[in-house]
Design a protein. Structure first.
Lengths: 332, 332
C-alpha cells in the first residue's frame, strides 16, 4: 500500500498547465503520537487553489515547490493514536492532493456523517462553498425580499447556492454563466429567475434586460471586465460581495477597474470576504443549509474526475469554466 | 443695483479652463409670492462642482449650458414675502455663483447664526465639508482608538476635519497632501501625527513609514493611482470611504484600479458616500463639530478669493490643489 500524490512542480506564469504539477509515488505515512492516518475518498477542487500556486503574499502562504498541493478532502480513518478517532470514522481534513495523509487529532480534522448526506457534500454545499455562499450573501449582501441578486459563475459550487438562497429569501435571482447549457441548468434546475450567458457577447445589455429594476446585490466570483459591467448596472446603496476573481487568477497583469467612480456616485458597498472569518458560526449556517438540501429547496450537482492522477486536468477544467457544479476528484 | 453671475458657457473636455465660464450682468431678481431675495456674502467652492459641468448621469443632474453654476452660499435676506424670513436674516442657501438670488421660503434655505461662528463656517467646518468628514469617518470608517486613519487632500476642507476627528477619537492620523508647506501645516497646525507629500514621488514607501501598523481607515478624496497605492497598504478588515475622486474629475479616460484583488485578500470594505444621505442627522453632527471648533480641538483655515468674477479662477486653483483649507469666494 503506497501513497500517491500531486506536488507543485513549478509556478505558472499566466495559465496553469499540467506541467506545473508532478505525480509522485511515496511511502505510506505513519501516524505519530496523537495523529490520525486518513485514506482520502474525495478531493475538493476550488478556484482559490490557483492563488496558492503563486509566490505572492495572500491571506495564507503559498504552496512550496515540491510540496503536496493543498486542498480539502473527505476520507476514512485507517489508523489512529488519538482517542477521538477510530478506524472507519469519516472525516473532513485538509490533507491535499494525495491518497493518504496524517493529521493531528486535535488539528484540522472534523467528523462527518455519511448517513445524513453523501460524503462529498461536506466539501460542497455542506462545506466551504455552501458556507461561503451563506455568509457572503447574508452578512455582506444583506438582500431584502424583492431585491435583485446577481451572481457570477452561477452554475458553480458557490454561485448555485447563492442564487437558490436568494430565491429562498424572496429575491429575484439572476445568474451569469458561460454558454447556453449552463444557463439552462441555472434557470430550469436551480430555479433562478434568469441567467445571462456572458459568452454571448452582450453582457451589459442582457443583464439590464434580466434585471429590470437594476442590481441590488452582486456576488462576485469572476472579476476582471465583469466587475466593470456590473458596477455600471448596480443600484444606489447596492452591495458587492468580492468572493472570487477567477478571471484574474491566470493573468500576469491585473485588470484595471474603470468604474470605481460608480462606488461613489451610487454609494455602493464593495466588501471582500473569506469564509473562515466566520468559523465560529459555521454550525448555524450548516444547520440551515442542510435543512434546505433535505427539503429539496437547494439543488446541487457535481462534476467528478476519477483518480488522483487526473486532479490537474480537473483543476484546469475548473479554471476554464468547463465544470458543471462542484468539481471533485474521486480518489477511491 | 444689478445682479452679477457666472454661467456655464461650455462643457470642459478634461481640464476646466476659464473659458468654460461666462460672466454676466443681469437684472436684480424680484421675489415672488412666498419667496426670499438674498444677497450672497460667501460662495463655497467645492470639488463636486466639477462633476456638475459634465453631461453625465450622477446623483444629481448636471448644470445646463447657460445656467448659473450651482453652489452653496451664505447671505443676507434683502426682501421677503415669506413670514419665516425678514431683511437682515443670515441664511444658508444654494443660490449658486451669483450676487443675488431668490429662493422659496419653504425651500432650500436655513437660518444661520453669525454670533455663534463666522458666517463662512456654515459652508465649511460647520457645513457640508464638516458633515462629510463627520459622517464618513464615523459611520463608514468606524475607527477604533489606536487604529491608523489616512486621509488624502488632508489640508482641504474635508480632509482637515477628518484627521482632527480621528485624533479626537484616539487614532493615529496621517495625511496625504501636495508639497511641504501643506504637509507642514497639516502636522504642526492641525496636529496630525504625520503627513506624506505625494509630490515627493515615493508615496507608497513614505506611507508605509508613516503608518508602521498599516492603514485601518482610508478616507478617499483623490482617487486615481492613489487608490492603488492605498489598497497596497490597507490592513485586513480595513475600511475605505470613497468620498471624492478629484484626480478623476479632469480626465477623459477613467483610471483603472489594479489592486481590486486586495479588497478580497484583505477583506476590505470600500464604500461610497454622499453627505446628504444623512440629512436627517445633521443636527447631531453639527452640535459635535461646533463644540470641537469652539474648544479649539478642530482648527480651520480658509482660502479666500475676492469678487464673483474671480470665482472661476478660484475654482480652477481648487481643482489643481493650490488652495489651503476651505476655498471660498467673498462676494461682499
Amino acid at each position: 500500500m503506497n501513497n500517491k500524490r500531486i506536488v507543485l512542480a513549478s509556478r505558472p506564469a499566466g495559465w496553469v498547465g499540467e506541467d506545473n504539477f508532478r505525480f509522485e509515488d511515496a511511502p505510506l505515512p505513519r501516524p505519530g503520537d496523537g495523529e490520525v492516518l486518513v485514506k482520502n475518498l474525495w478531493l475538493s477542487l476550488d478556484p482559490y487553489m490557483r492563488g496558492r500556486m503563486n509566490d505572492v503574499k495572500s491571506y495564507v502562504p503559498p504552496v512550496q515547490i515540491g510540496a503536496v498541493m493543498e486542498g480539502q478532502t473527505v476520507g476514512e480513518v485507517i489508523e489512529s493514536t488519538h482517542p477521538g478517532y477510530k478506524p472507519g470514522d469519516k472525516v473532513l481534513t485538509r490533507l491535499g492532493w494525495q491518497l493518504y495523509g496524517c493529521v493531528r487529532g486535535d488539528g484540522e480534522i472534523n467528523k462527518v456523517d455519511g448517513d445524513r448526506a453523501p460524503l462529498s457534500y461536506y466539501v460542497g454545499v455542506l462545506g466551504m462553498p455552501g458556507l461561503t455562499a451563506w455568509f457572503g450573501l447574508k452578512e455582506i449582501g444583506q438582500p431584502k425580499p424583492g431585491e435583485t441578486v446577481v451572481v457570477s459563475a452561477a452554475s458553480g459550487a458557490v454561485g448555485s447556492v447563492v442564487g437558490q438562497l436568494a430565491k429562498i429569501r424572496g429575491c429575484r435571482a439572476v445568474g451569469i454563466a458561460g454558454g447556453p447549457a449552463k444557463c439552462d441548468y441555472v434557470v430550469r434546475e436551480l430555479g433562478f429567475d434568469a441567467c445571462v450567458d456572458y459568452k454571448a457577447g452582450n453582457l451589459q445589455r442582457d443583464l439590464k434586460e434580466a434585471c429590470p429594476k437594476g442590481v441590488d446585490v452582486y456576488f462576485e466570483n469572476v472579476g476582471g471586465e465583469m466587475t466593470d459591467v456590473l458596477l455600471r448596472v448596480m443600484n444606489p446603496f447596492s452591495r458587492v460581495i468580492v468572493c472570487g476573481l477567477i478571471a484574474e487568477y491566470n493573468t500576469t497583469e491585473p485588470y484595471g477597474v474603470k468604474m470605481f467612480r460608480a462606488i461613489l456616485v451610487n454609494r455602493i458597498k464593495v466588501q471582500g470576504m473569506i469564509v473562515f472569518d466566520w468559523k465560529d458560526r459555521y454550525g448555524e449556517a450548516l444547520k440551515d443549509l442542510a435543512a434546505h438540501v433535505a427539503a429539496g429547496r437547494i439543488k446541487y450537482r457535481e462534476s467528478v474526475v476519477e483518480g488522483i492522477e487526473n486532479a490537474p486536468k480537473g483543476f484546469i477544467a475548473l479554471l476554464k469554466g468547463q465544470n458543471f457544479g462542484k468539481q471533485l476528484v474521486k480518489l477511491a
